[in-house]
Structure formats: C-alpha cells, structure tokens
Design a protein. Structure first.
Length: 246
C-alpha cells in the first residue's frame, strides 16, 4: 500500500501485537473444538490438503487491498484522511479525530493474519494439541518474522521452489491428521520431515538461481565473423603470365 519505510516499523509493532492476541483466541478455540469434537481433526486435514494443492501450484488468490471487505467497511464507518501524520494512527484535523492511512494498513494486516491463520493453525495442531506449545510456537514465529521482515522482503523471490516445499509440508501434515486414528507419526519424525523438505527446497532454489545467473558464452566479434564462401560459383582462375608459367 505504499507505506514509507520510516513508518513501517509502527505498523509492524501494532500488527504483531494484534496478531498475537488474535492467534491466542483462534488457538484456544481450535484446541477446545478438538477436545469436544474429534471429527474436526479430519476437517482440518482436508483443509490442509486443499491448501497444499493451491500453494504448490501457486494458484492462491491475489492480494487486492482495495477489495478487502473489512478495510472497505472501516473506511466507510471510520472518518479517515489520505495524508500521513508521522507515525500516528489517528490525527486531528479542524477539531475532528480522523484515522490516518497507517490505521487502514494496520486493519489490513490484522485481517490478513486471520486468513493465514486458518491454514497455519490446523498445521500446528496436527503436530501438537498442547495449547501452550501451539501458542508459544506461533508467538516465536511471528516475533522472528518481525525481526527478519526487511531481510525476507528482499529474499522471498529468490526461493522459487519454496511454494512447492510448503505445499508438500501442508500435504504431509494433512495426511497425518486424516490417518491419525490408523497411523501414529512421532513428533520428531514430523519435525524431521518438515526440516528436510525446507532444506531441499532452499538448496534447489539456490542452485537454480546460480544457474540462471551464469553469464552467456561470449559472442564472436565482427572481426571474428567471416562469411562462408559461396561454393555454388566456381572461383575465377588466375591469369597466365607472359612467360607462360603459373
């Protein structure tokens, strides 16, 4: 949404805080549902398989901020301005309290996190049902991504096979959830599969990037390019000298 770099820290700070609160609500709700309705585990597994196919094929919906229904509702209900006022989420203009564009971006970040949590929470619940472990893993992941945001923003496009790897991981967890009553996969094995798939995708992406960065072979210069002689026309004979010898 074109937020200046100097203002992105503010949005990320409150975005992380809101994400932690929303993730906590969703996690404890999901754990409570699993404890009461065991069949929801199969719903989560099927959801992960569908998501895995979309991620691996890169056929997920494109992000269009202007089409976000929550953002459009906020802009309709909350008086807003199109001008920034430093890092403030709200500002006063002519005595009226108005929301700045940073507030709209914050709303978009929070609603996007809820959408992504629909996929990520079933995945982590397929590894553990302990609420503390599930929430702690999400909290550390979010805080880690916050610290690496500016680094990952410039490196995400370099891992071209990461989507395929994530699709494989989601499919693995989905199958594990669907077969939980038949096959029990130990947690160390699950973590090993996840780490191995990520390692393979990163290495394959790096090798593909290096092959794409190799320079093309040098082309011959104009002096080195010589026209092929026309073999269809016989070359003229050299003239005979006055002495009669060639």
């Amino acid at each position: 949404m074109g937020v200046p770099d100097r203002y992105q820290f503010r949005v990320l700070f409150w975005g992380i805080f809101g994400a932690l609160v929303l993730r906590a609500v969703l996690i404890f709700t999901g754990v409570a549902l699993l404890a009461r309705f065991e069949w929801i585990l199969y719903v989560f597994g099927a959801l992960l398989l569908v998501t895995a196919l979309k991620v691996a094929r890169h056929s997920g919906p494109a992000v269009h901020p202007e089409r976000n229904p929550v953002l459009r509702l906020v802009r309709r209900l909350v008086p807003s301005t199109d001008e920034y006022d430093g890092q403030k989420l709200f500002t006063r203009r002519n005595g009226a309290l108005l929301a700045t564009p940073l507030f709209a971006v914050l709303v978009l970040v929070e609603t996007s996190d809820v959408v992504f949590a629909v996929d990520s929470l079933p995945a982590i619940l397929g590894v553990s049902h302990e609420p503390f472990i599930v929430f702690a893993s999400n909290a550390f992941a979010i805080l880690g991504l916050r610290s690496l945001y500016f680094c990952l923003a410039g490196m995400a496009d370099r891992f071209r096979y990461l989507g395929v790897g994530l699709g494989v991981i989601l499919a693995f967890v989905g199958v594990k959830m669907l077969l939980a009553a038949v096959v029990h996969v130990p947690t160390p094995v699950s973590l090993g599969v996840i780490a191995g798939v990520l390692a393979v995708t990163v290495v394959a992406s790096r090798r593909a990037e290096r092959r794409g960065a190799e320079p093309d072979p040098p082309r011959p210069t104009d002096q080195e390019v010589r026209p092929c002689p026309d073999v269809s026309t016989p070359s003229p004979r050299a003239p005979t000298g006055a002495s009669g010898g060639r």
